[in-house]
Design a protein around this ligand. Structure first.
Ligand code: SAM
Ligand code: SF4
Length: 473
């Protein structure tokens, strides 16, 4: 048993990250353990978790389990959790109730709890003390050891909790079963060292550590061979890529090398304004296969609040970066994240946020009410804003954000745009995909266009999506 510890999770040493290439293996005892059995996986949270679940699925299928989309039919139930805000946390705890019910009716069911919530000291203790029926609790650093944990459970049905509060290594060679045949997530780095005062990620995901450029390029080349059209380079703070490698090679170099592989479309998330260099902007502008879309979280329009958040930029610096991006790429779409109700946010601070939204007119903004996370500096700050006020601010902000989203989308009416058709739409008889600028388009077209980048004429727009018809037809 190994429980997480917040003090250890905070530590950052000067030690270089170790790349481990042989740490994933399947013990003989569990080689075919999943034969004729099913697993169910439920993923909460960000793209990083979605991609971790692709790794977990591949591991389960390596053990010969088959995936089911019906939790009631599963022999193994896996919850891959998110700790970013209280509501994600509450949803998981609610789901545990349902899993418990299934487990009681069939004690052979194996339950696995993993992801960022497992990295929280309080949660892992609670699972140990009150949820003894949860068989395996593993953290974000040791997904690749799942076969070993299943082997242990197979031998001895005792709760196995192994969560490490460490800076973390880079584990290469974990298998992956991608959800899409056309678009792939590619991790370029793990962890985060920014320590924004509200954020739990640096504690749950360890220190910032970059994969080697050659490992990333190899992965992209293999994806091209497998017919993929699009990669999204993933990291909590991708612009800082390479800073820990000491090889004088950064995000601009990586973007250029990935562009040279010739893959049709390259995206990247998430960009922190602090590390966004002019070199990067020039490279994005230079290559047609790097998509003109940047997610650039601002978090607040008040420089005072940004300082309290430890975001390392002022409102003016953010605006200047935004304008520079638009100077090099006038058609680049830019989205953002905004938190309202950070401790001590005054009406004036909130007005600064509204002002900046009015000034920059983001293509899209993901908005959140501040949620205190245990162990973060902000959770100890005096927070005297009522929940009612926070909700009112969020509502006001959302109205403004939606106004500009629709206004920006309206510019697309009657235009012809390139869309990668990637799946069935939620709308009947339609397929869906994204423009290069990351606008969701529902297209009336034949199934034969799946996996193709096609010209689509936009016929109607809404706040969150557009409708279009294929030009070939
Ligand atoms: N690394 C990214 C960055 O620096 O912008 C974001 C990572 S986080 C998974 C996504 C978003 O969640 C953040 O941009 C922030 O707006 C929001 N977030 C993080 N912690 C939060 C908290 N304690 N309360 C409310 N929102 C939070
Ligand atoms: Fe969290 Fe800030 Fe790191 Fe983003 S940059 S993951 S918000 S600490």
């Amino acid at each position: 048993m190994n429980l997480p510890n917040l003090n250890d999770a905070r530590i950052r040493t000067k030690e270089k990250s170790i790349i481990k290439r042989d740490d994933y293996f399947v013990p003989l005892s569990v080689k075919n353990i999943g034969f004729n059995k099913k697993y169910y996986i439920l993923t909460y949270g960000c793209q990083m978790n979605v991609h971790d679940s692709e790794n977990i699925s591949a591991i389960m299928e390596d053990l010969k389990y088959c995936k089911t989309l019906d939790m009631d039919k599963a022999d193994v139930i896996i919850l891959n959790t998110c700790a970013i805000r209280e509501n994600a946390h509450n949803k998981v705890m609610g789901m545990l109730g349902r899993v418990k019910h299934l487990r009681e009716s069939n004690p052979n069911i194996i339950t696995v709890f993993c992801g960022c919530m497992a990295q929280e000291e309080g949660i892992s203790r609670e699972l140990k003390d009150k949820y003894k029926w949860v068989d395996i609790v593993m953290g974000t650093h040791n997904i690749h050891k799942l076969p070993i944990y299943l082997s242990n459970i197979n031998e001895d049905r005792k709760q196995d909790i192994e969560v490490f509060s460490i800076e973390g290594d880079i584990i290469e060679g974990i298998p992956v079963k991608r959800d899409s045949k056309y678009k792939a997530w590619v991790n370029i780095m793990y962890g985060c060292d920014k320590f924004c005062t509200y954020c739990i990620v640096p504690y749950t995901r360890g220190k910032q550590r970059s994969r080697l450029p050659e490992d990333i390029i190899n992965e992209v080349n293999n994806l091209i061979k497998d017919g993929y059209n699009e990669v999204t380079l993933l990291g909590q703070n991708v612009n800082a890529y390479g800073k820990d490698l000491d090889i004088n090679y950064g995000m601009a170099n990586l973007l250029e090398d990935v562009a040279k592989t010739g893959i049709d479309r390259i995206r990247f998330v998430t960009s922190h304004p602090w590390d966004f260099t002019t070199d990067m902007i020039k490279i994005i502008a230079k290559y047609d296969n790097i998509m003109p879309y940047i997610h650039l979280p601002i978090q607040s329009g008040s420089s005072r609040i940004l300082k309290l958040m430890n975001r390392r930029y002022t409102k003016e610096e953010y605006v200047s970066l935004f304008n520079k991006i638009r100077e090099y790429m006038p058609n680049c779409s830019i989205s953002t994240d905004i938190i309202v109700g950070f401790p001590g946010e005054t009406e004036e601070d909130f007005q600064d946020t509204l002002d900046i939204v009015n000034m920059l007119k983001f293509d899209l903004a993901y908005t959140f009410i501040y949620s205190p996370r245990e162990g973060t500096p902000a959770s100890k700050m005096k927070d005297d804003i009522s929940l009612d006020t926070k909700k009112k601010r969020l509502d006001k902000l959302n109205k403004l954000v939606n106004k500009y989203a629709l206004m920006n989308n309206k510019k697309y009416i009657d235009k012809v745009v390139k869309v990668l058709i990637e799946g069935e739409s939620l709308k009947k008889n339609k397929f869906m995909g994204y423009t290069d600028t990351m606008k969701l388009v529902n297209v009336s077209c034949d199934k034969k266009y799946l996996g193709q980048i096609v010209d689509v004429k936009i016929t109607d727009v809404k706040t969150w999506s557009m409708d279009g018809v294929i030009c070939d037809d």
